[in-house]
Structures are given as structure tokens and as C-alpha cells.
Design a protein around this ligand. Structure first.
Ligand SMILES: [Zn+2]
Length: 138
């Protein structure tokens, strides 16, 4: 989340309010049920909207909501907050949780998201974070 905030501001991308991005704005964007095609009235989902869902995976959306609204989750602890997609995305092979960790191998070092159960799949964190960032900005 911090990475996304800094990158958007560094690239000069304005927030929907025309201001600099802040964590609270990104959070509101991510939490907006309009992305899964839901209509909201006074903070409650009241039914389907007439627009198509931008994110067609409702499970992912609600996993995001649960994570971001978890009161035990602190945004100052590095490692949890920075890697936005940890425990939100599921492995496409075994459906296990996907988590971010530091990998150091053959002279390359960096953050990677990988399947926590069987290591079926892994992707450089920067690729997946960039994808998530595009979804947030849309
Ligand atoms: Zn897996």
C-alpha cells in the first residue's frame, strides 16, 4: 500500500479527488463495492448495479475488505502492509494462500509472491503489485 502510494505520487497520477494519493484514498478505492458491480446506499450494499463489475472475482474483493478492515492489522509493520496482495490472492493450482517473501537466488534478490502450501507458482512482487495498482487506478 505504501509502495503504491509512493509510486502513484512519483508518477504524478492524481487521485480521484485531484490531490496526492494517500493511504486512506487508496483504501477507499479498493473497498468500493462498485468494483464488483454492487450498488451502495448509506454504506450498505443494497443490490446489483446496472454497470458491469470491473473485478469479477467477488471472493478476492471480500478478502481485500476483510484484510483492510481487520483491526489487528497495523499499517506501520513492514512486510505486512507493503505487500498488498499477501493472503488475498489464492494459488490457481492448489488454491492455497499466496504470500510475499524475500528471495535470494543466483545473484538476484527481491520480493516474490508464491504459493504457501506447495510452492506451485511464484511471481515477482513488482509484477503483481503493478497489476493491482492498475486495478486501483482504473
Ligand atoms: Zn499452490
Amino acid at each position: 500500500m505504501i509502495t503504491i502510494e509512493n509510486e502513484l505520487n512519483a508518477k504524478g497520477v492524481p487521485s480521484p479527488r485531484g490531490t496526492k494519493w494517500r493511504r486512506t484514498i487508496i483504501r477507499q478505492q479498493v473497498l468500493n463495492p462498485a468494483y464488483i458491480g454492487k450498488r451502495v446506499f448509506r454504506g450498505e450494499v443494497i443490490g446489483d448495479g446496472i454497470w458491469p463489475a470491473l473485478l469479477d472475482d467477488e471472493d478476492t474483493y471480500w478478502a481485500c475488505v476483510r484484510l483492510l478492515q481487520d483491526p489487528s492489522r497495523t499499517t506501520t509493520r513492514a512486510g505486512r502492509a507493503v505487500h498488498l496482495l499477501s493472503y488475498i490472492v489464492r494459488c490457481a493450482v492448489c488454491d492455497g494462500p499466496v504470500s510475499s517473501h524475500l528471495v535470494s537466488r543466483r545473484g538476484w534478490e527481491g520480493q516474490v509472491y508464491s504459493c504457501l502450501y506447495k510452492r506451485c507458482a511464484a511471481v515477482k512482487a513488482e509484477f503483481l503489485d503493478e497489476y493491482a495498482q492498475r486495478v486501483v487506478v482504473l
